[in-house]
Design a protein around this ligand. Structure first.
Ligand code: ADP
Ligand code: ADP
Length: 225
């Protein structure tokens, strides 16, 4: 698993012609294997922080390191999953799961099969995305995220739109995968119960510009690998 270090990270955007700070001097040390939940009011800068950690944007000030090495661009060891599964409608479930490998020019069929089995979508490999329920589409997106064995899984409210029963099933699934695989997770959620159920550490941000206002470590029996 990957450890992530943020040193005095500040970032902001031009909003309506005026520079608006979004993150201000954020310091975080995320150790390998932690399951982090990020909480905070809407618009405080949580997704911005995820984009910075992914390498989609570079902070205006400060440094972000992955195991001590500066993050300069997105990489296959850090996989993001957003609220909307964004499956390609003209690709089968299997082709969607294989997508990230397809881009790199080679497909490890055994790894694709394993990922599909892991999320319980065996038998649906040839289905089209529109034939899947919301939960199944999320499972397919999760399989796609896991197929390359990421060392860090970055989740932006991945289960926000699911009904509560499907969400509980997916939460259990996510927890089991994290226990088995031991990757690091950084998950943005608005759901405090979800954070309490899953996370080994809950970090809460203030409203914009985001600062860490609470950093809580949680130790539950099922958190131990
Ligand atoms: P959160 O995920 O906590 O809801 P975001 O990180 O999405 O918050 O956004 C934080 C603030 O930055 C918001 O005010 C948002 O409007 C602004 N913002 C985010 N991305 C951009 C962008 N690309 N350009 C301009 N403003 C942005
Ligand atoms: P590839 O893996 O070869 O890049 P694509 O994802 O681009 O495949 O497309 C997969 C198949 O779907 C191809 O046969 C392509 O012609 C078809 N296709 C691509 N884009 C669309 C689209 N917007 N609507 C319908 N079919 C599409």
């Amino acid at each position: 698993p990957l450890g992530i270090q943020l040193h005095n990270v500040s970032h902001g955007y031009d909003i309506g012609g005026r520079f608006t700070p979004v993150l201000e001097n954020v310091n975080l040390n995320i150790t390998p294997g932690e399951f982090i939940a990020l909480l905070g009011p809407s618009g405080c800068g949580k997704s911005t922080l995820l984009r910075l950690v992914t390498g989609l944007e570079t902070p205006h000030a400060g440094r972000i390191l992955a195991d001590g090495t500066p993050i300069t661009s997105p990489g296959p060891d850090r996989i993001v999953m957003f609220q909307d599964p964004t499956l390609y409608p003209w690709r089968s479930v299997r082709a969607n799961v294989a997508l990230s490998q397809d881009i790199s020019g080679r497909v490890d069929n055994a790894a694709v099969d394993a990922a599909i089995t892991m999320v319980g979508l065996q038998g649906f490999e040839k289905a089209w995305p529109h034939q899947l329920s919301g939960g199944m589409a999320q499972r397919a997106a999760l399989a796609r995220a896991l197929v390359n064995n990421p060392r860090l899984l970055i989740l932006d409210e991945p289960l926000g739109k699911l009904d509560s029963l499907t969400r509980l099933t997916m939460q259990t699934e996510l927890l089991r995968l994290w226990q088995d695989r031991g990757f690091t997770v950084i998950m943005v959620t608005h759901d405090v119960e979800e954070a309490l159920l899953l996370a080994t550490r809950i970090i809460t941000f203030s409203s914009r510009p985001a600062k860490v206002i609470s950093d809580l470590t949680i130790d539950l029996p099922y958190h131990r690998h």
